[in-house]
Design a protein around this ligand. Structure first.
Ligand SMILES: CC(C)=CCC/C(C)=C/CC/C(C)=C/CC/C(C)=C/[C@@H]1[C@@H](COP(=O)(O)OP(=O)(O)O)[C@]1(C)CC/C=C(\C)CC/C=C(\C)CCC=C(C)C
Ligand SMILES: [Mn+2]
Length: 399
């Protein structure tokens, strides 16, 4: 199933794929496809429509997501790699944005929200150019608001219809018709940078998934969920962060690394929050992999750290780290001023995995977190990485 992806992508992906295909070979992937097949009515004969549906169900999530990656990369290439866009708010305010002060106030408000919800990340944006920083804040706020729809205080009132309306509102934002000031900032951002609407729509799709689904049969299903809610963030951010003019890597591979960072972060979130999610009746861990390890939902609900659980968690952590490794290979190709915040968030998130290990894999009742000192130490390391790359930085520190 992952043959096509192995073919289109370079070496590193193979490692991740081998783990993915491990999960699918164990039965879940094939079964799922067959179940879907049997759910589709072929009564009208072998119509083109039903064959198209059948072909779609046969493709793995990675193949489907990789198509989005290729499309996003092509879009940004059309825009000369999305790096040379001036965003001078004093001179360059167009369309409905007639009031520069209001727009600046909207961006400032986005910055405040960002600082409130994600202090370290906010700090990380400080090294970016003012224009890029503002655009990232606007995207951050939209993502946070979208997540709050299904996770926030009003989550119990959120219906699929509400998400449809949120998506309509998103289209309006992209067409220059913002509803409020946060929207206005995003509307301006997407008019200035080659940011496409697809990853935003896909994030809303992820929220729909959260409304209708609380179990994942296999990693293929989980991968799609992680793409929707987190891989999309990478695809939204690269056009703003910009690709280094001197980058040798293909745009596709840079987008792939950005996608990998989102997936790695979300897998980490899931591993950190096993207990918390279980208390809300949610199990994100792939059911077929749990079964293969001799575990079930009951083991998760009872929250006992057994050797089986430790062994299972080691495999899950290993896979999350593989996605981090893949992401790392793309950071150096970003514009120099964007590398620091990306390294900072990567290093900090990655350390959550270390903390799960340090908690002896008790992610039922102990929350894995990165302490203040480690957080602070990560910032200069991230800065060193962004200037020299991890290898050269490590050599320099050793000297
Ligand atoms: C080449 C290369 C490596 C480029 C880097 C590309 C890049 C900037 C990738 C960013 C990856 C990233 C930070 C993804 C966010 C993943 C995430 C944490 C998603 C969360 C989803 C839902 O999870 P859950 O409900 O389980 O978690 P909570 O308990 O609610 O936290 C999200 C909450 C979705 C919403 C996402 C955000 C609010 C984060 C948006 C962040 C940005 C727009 C900025 C990204 C920029 C930097 C510098 C990291
Ligand atoms: Mn959330």
């Amino acid at each position: 199933m992952s043959g096509v992806l192995l073919w289109v992508s370079s070496g590193p992906k193979e490692n991740i794929n081998s783990l993915v295909s491990f999960s699918c070979r164990s039965g879940g992937g094939g079964e799922r496809t067959q179940k879907r097949f049997s759910g589709i009515s072929f009564a009208s004969g072998a119509s083109a429509f039903s064959s198209a549906v059948a072909a779609e169900t046969l493709r793995s999530s990675e193949e489907r997501v990789y198509e989005v990656v290729l499309k996003q990369a092509a879009l940004v290439k059309e825009n000369k790699r999305g790096t040379k866009i001036a965003l001078d708010l004093d001179k360059d305010v167009e369309g409905d944005f007639t009031n520069v002060d209001l727009l600046n106030a909207a961006y400032d408000r986005c910055g405040e929200v960002c600082a409130e919800y994600a202090k370290t990340f906010y700090l990380g944006t400080q090294l970016m150019t003012a224009e890029r920083r503002k655009a990232i804040w606007a995207i951050y706020v939209w993502c946070r608001r979208t997540d709050e729809l299904v996770d926030g205080p009003n989550a119990s009132h959120i219906t699929p219809g509400a998400l449809d309306r949120w998506e309509q509102r998103l289209s309006d934002v992209f067409e220059g018709r913002p509803y409020d000031m946060y929207d206005a900032a995003l509307s301006h951002t997407v008019s200035k940078y080659p940011v496409d609407i697809q990853p935003f729509k896909d994030m809303i799709e992820g929220m729909r998934m959260d409304l209708r689904k609380s179990r994942y049969d296999n990693f293929d299903e989980l991968y799609l969920y992680c793409y929707y809610v987190a891989g999309t963030v990478g695809l939204m951010s690269v056009p703003v962060m910009g690709i280094a003019p001197e980058a040798n890597a293909s745009t596709e591979s840079i987008y792939n690394a950005a996608l990998a960072l989102g997936i790695a972060n979300q897998l980490t979130n899931i591993l950190r929050d096993v207990g918390e999610d279980a208390r809300r009746g949610r199990v994100y861990l792939p059911q077929d992999e749990l079964a293969l390890a001799g575990l079930s939902d009951e083991d998760i609900f009872s929250g006992r750290v057994t050797d089986k659980w430790r062994k299972f968690m080691k495999g899950q952590i290993k896979r999350a780290r593989m996605f981090f490794d893949e992401a790392e290979r793309g950071v150096a190709d970003l514009n120099s001023a964007s590398r620091w915040p990306v390294w900072a968030s990567l290093l900090l998130y990655r350390q959550i995995l270390d903390s799960i290990e340090a908690n002896d894999y008790n992610n039922f009742t102990k929350r894995a977190y990165v302490g203040k000192v480690k957080k602070l130490l990560s910032l200069p390391t991230a800065y060193g990485f962004s200037l020299l790359g991890p290898q050269k930085f490590a050599k320099m520190v050793r000297r």
